[in-house]
Design a protein around this ligand. Structure first.
Ligand code: MN9
Length: 304
């Protein structure tokens, strides 16, 4: 995969059965639905996919299931970040061996990254375990606690990491995002990761986005991109505002647990999130459904 990411990449969910065991069967139907709704790629085992709450063996099985389900129709990115770089490297090599299209990784986060050099060293180790695949550093400082200047990282990392393709940029600093995009004449593919600010990212030059709510509302975001490209900012803003409202409703609850309830409402049985992310109570599910049916975006999908 040498092309840039264009359009929407779903940060996929990981399905569990009623007792919390990994159950990959629902992945096939989910992928068909995502492709039909306009998704152009899959990002597996990230924050949305609870990669950090899975064992290494489970992460391999999830990656295999998504690669098989995609069957080459859309690229599959496998997130391999781990506090143990040994496991991260096993996962990266595994992703390459099963025919994934790209590897991505967060930095270790228990012991904090202390310098740009330290981050480059960590990412070099992981990226070199899958040398034939493009590598995307997953920048998500709110979860990793990394305080490394991401522009400084990107300026210096290309030397040490020959397969560095870009970033999954999950922060809200549009000026910084723009600088990453423009570095060395747009050398890097910098992919936006904050669904509720996608319009701002489009305005600063973004061409692709990876996110959780594209699993359930890709058509809305697709219309937003079309409106933006046609210069119809009023429509684009209106669509972003619907997405903000939807995310606000979901954010009343543990976010990804609420998202998994929405998947269930849409007919995809993915179970609930693993701890430490708490599940919704039945009253909370009822309130979620009630609030969602009020929203234009999901009213038709989720019957009251
Ligand atoms: O993968 C997601 N970030 C996290 C990106 O899960 C931390 C986003 O898609 C958010 O879920 C979304 C809603 O806040 O922007």
């Amino acid at each position: 995969m040498t092309d840039r990411i264009h359009g929407l990449v779903a940060a996929t969910y990981t399905p569990f059965d009623a007792s919390g065991r990994l159950e990959v069967t629902p992945i096939d139907a989910m992928v068909e639905y995502l492709i039909a709704s306009g998704i152009r790629g899959l990002y597996v085992c990230g924050s949305t996919g609870e990669g950090m709450s899975l064992s290494t063996d489970e992460r391999c099985r999830v990656a295999e299931a998504y690669v098989q389900a995609a069957a080459g129709r859309v690229p599959v990115f496998v997130q391999v970040g781990h506090n143990s770089l040994t496991d991260a490297k096993i996962l990266a090599a595994h992703a390459e061996s099963i025919g994934a299209d790209a590897v991505s990784a967060t930095c270790p986060s228990y012991f904090k990254i202390a310098s740009t050099e330290g981050l480059i060293e960590c990412m070099h180790e992981i990226a070199s375990a899958a040398p034939g695949l493009p590598f995307y550093y997953y920048h998500i400082p709110v979860l990793t606690g990394s305080t490394v200047d991401i522009v400084d990282f990107l300026r210096r990392a290309g030397q040490a990491i020959p397969n560095l393709a870009g970033l999954k940029y999950t922060d809200t600093k549009l000026h910084e995002f723009q600088q990453c995009l423009e570095l060395e004449n747009g050398r890097y593919d910098v992919v936006w990761g904050c669904d509720e600010m996608m319009l701002g990212a489009l305005a600063t030059g973004s061409r692709g986005a990876i996110g959780s709510t594209y699993n359930i509302a890709a058509p809305l975001y697709g219309r937003m991109i079309t409106a933006f490209e046609a210069g119809d900012m009023q429509t684009a803003r209106q669509l972003q505002s619907q997405s903000i409202e939807m995310i606000r409703v979901l954010g009343q609850f543990p976010f990804h647990s609420a998202m998994k309830e929405v998947l269930r409402m849409l007919g995809f049985e993915f179970g609930t999130c693993r701890l430490p992310q708490q599940s919704l109570t039945s009253n909370e599910v009822a309130k979620l459904r009630e609030d969602l049916v009020q929203l234009d975006v999901l009213a038709e999908l989720i019957a009251p």
